[in-house]
Write a protein that binds this ligand. Structure first.
Ligand SMILES: [Zn+2]
Length: 151
């Protein structure tokens, strides 16, 4: 059966924000919501409340020399994961690591360094990051596979 695509005006096709976000945690291969819930339970005692986690938008142009695996917007309690990670060659534990890293930002406070610069990856952050079960393996995988995400 063929599905006919009808073009609608953008103003009409846009869903309300809440609904739009809820639809975006499910990828083709990984469901971020269930990964988030499991990590939250295992590492944070369920402390992260009211967070939304979603796959980010696909970009037209891939960066040449850096790659952002995930981001967190603390004001909106929103974690975005790069949609290029929703691929079968990405190990589950690597995606979990990326998500864990962003979640950790929500519980470890930033520090202001002597020059007035904000430090987000503080000693405390790095210490706690290493508590992730597959930390070493994930860091190694990141190093060995980064090129696959770049242009
Ligand atoms: Zn970070």
């Amino acid at each position: 059966m063929a599905t006919k695509k009808t073009k609608r005006k953008l103003a009409h096709s846009r869903l309300p924000m809440q609904r739009q976000l809820n639809l975006q945690h499910e990828g083709k291969y990984f469901d971020l919501r269930s990964l988030f819930d499991r990590l939250n339970h295992k590492y944070f005692r369920g402390r992260l409340r009211g967070y939304k986690v979603m796959w980010g938008r696909r970009r037209k142009h891939r960066p040449k020399d850096y790659f952002t695996f995930g981001t967190i917007q603390e004001e909106d309690r929103l974690i975005r994961i790069n949609p290029l990670l929703d691929q079968p060659f990405v190990p589950l534990w690597f995606l979990q690591y990326v998500l864990y890293h962003e979640m950790l930002h929500s519980v470890v406070p930033d520090e202001i360094a002597s020059g007035g610069r904000r430090r987000v990856h503080t000693d405390e952050f790095n210490r706690r990051e290493r508590k992730f079960q597959s930390y070493q393996r994930a860091r190694r995988w990141e190093e060995e596979n980064l090129a696959r995400f770049l242009r």
